[in-house]
Design a binder for this molecule. Structure first.
Ligand code: COA
Length: 373
């Protein structure tokens, strides 16, 4: 088995920002219009959303979005993303390529030096041709490419696959690209979830290390792990069979086909599972949480991360130990933990350990134990 390193990381965060205040104002305007309509029907009125609740419950203050146009319009409440001709680069591939080019520059290698692209994200724009193959073509990488998906653990699970492909010698250099356009599948009219997500794309390049090779400032991947257990508490029913339950099969009604989540159940169950995953994974390598200089956790909820760390350490742990990006970016699905990693590792010393740990739909958890070289 070969030793394996992360040789490059790229993060693309779209420029447009939507604050909680803006999001709540648009939601509440829609609620008022809807309630005026519902009034005559005698139906239960819809409730307003509220910025204080959002910050207190989740820690999210604002989010970056790929396409703001349409999201805040109470008559639409969805991003306006035009379809493109088949011979133009698709939206998701374009977003992925932006982070991939940054990862290539960070690694100081040419695209042709990469012999496998894995596009691993919580949603794929289409089933085929694979997004990864379009990214491969646009970048000019060699070899092959495939897509995979594991909810918010997609990037960590992609890293698990990439690590083992490189470790075994099956591939020379693997790039895991995670373009998350999660606002495209978010129901901005759902009070429970409308505030949670933001868009971002990440890319990570994994390659072998020769014996004795130490690269200051880079991470060796000590090991990776993935865990899953079925749950309906975060679910999207959107798929190729969705339209077939309708009489008119020429269109697809999206009601019931976007992201839904029983947030408080997810919170409780995944907090316990995440804590157990961290402690057991580290123990397999003879470590306790105290040995780990930095935790790059999934960026869904600040209280949830604080609780996972408190359970794991036995006391509260600050942001220097476990940095937070969700306050300014929202939950960027599988991209979140990789963004936390990219933004918070340059101060680490040789020999320091760090743990990437992402969790989400499935349920799923993915982890990577890293050692600074
Ligand atoms: N504005 C105001 N009030 C709201 C609201 C909103 N936007 N959304 C829900 N509420 C209300 C609820 O109606 C409920 O009111 P009630 O007590 O009168 O019934 C109350 O707030 C509490 O709702 P709850 O859903 O229990 O809130 P919570 O504290 O669990 O926070 C989440 C909600 C979604 C922020 C939180 O559960 C969470 O982040 N869970 C984890 C999600 C996750 O990790 N996902 C994995 C990866 S995607």
């Amino acid at each position: 088995m070969k030793r394996v390193a992360i040789s490059g990381i790229g993060v693309e965060i779209p420029a447009a920002v939507i604050s909680n205040e803006e999001l709540v104002a648009s939601f509440n305007e829609w609620v008022d219009t809807e309630n005026a309509r519902l009034h005559c029907t005698g139906a239960e009125p819809l409730q307003h959303s509220n910025d204080e609740f959002i910050v207190h419950a989740s820690g999210v203050k604002k989010r970056h979005v790929l396409q703001p146009d349409g999201i805040l319009d109470p008559a639409r409440m969805a991003p306006r993303i035009a379809s493109r001709p088949d011979d133009e680069l698709s939206v998701m591939a374009e977003f992925g390529v932006a982070s991939a080019r940054k990862a290539l520059a960070d690694a100081g290698i040419a695209a042709a030096d990469v012999d496998m692209v894995i596009c691993s994200a919580s949603h794929q724009q289409r089933p085929y041709p694979a997004m990864s193959i379009e990214i491969q073509k646009e970048l000019g990488t060699s070899g092959a490419a495939f897509d995979m998906s594991l909810g918010c653990s997609s990037a960590a699970a992609g890293l698990h696959v990439a690590f083992n492909l490189v470790r075994s010698g099956a591939q020379k250099r693997v790039m895991v690209v995670t373009p998350e356009i999660i606002t495209g599948h978010l129901n901005f009219r759902d009070r429970q979830t409308h505030f949670i997500f933001g868009d971002a794309s990440t890319a990570v390049i994994v390659e072998p290390l020769e014996d004795g090779d130490e690269r200051p400032g880079r991470f060796e991947i000590v090991d990776t792990r993935t865990w899953t257990q079925f749950s309906n508490n975060i679910r999207s029913n959107f798929g190729f069979l969705s339209r077939l339950s309708q009489e008119d099969t020429t269109f697809l009604a999206m009601e019931g086909n976007m992201i839904k989540q029983v947030g408080n159940k997810v919170f409780k169950e995944v907090t316990v599972a995440g804590h157990r995953f961290i402690v057991e994974f580290l123990a397999e390598h003879g470590h306790t949480p105290q040995d780990i200089r930095r935790f790059w956790l999934h960026q869904a909820n600040s209280r949830m991360n604080a609780m996972i760390l408190k359970l794991s350490f036995g006391h509260e742990v600050g942001h220097d130990r476990a940095p937070m990006v969700l306050d300014r970016l929202g939950n960027t699905a599988a991209a979140g933990a990789i963004i936390a990693l990219e933004e918070n590792h340059r101060d680490m010393k040789p020999g320091d350990y760090g743990l990437v740990c992402a969790f989400g739909a499935g349920y799923s958890i993915g982890g990577a134990l890293l050692r600074m070289m």
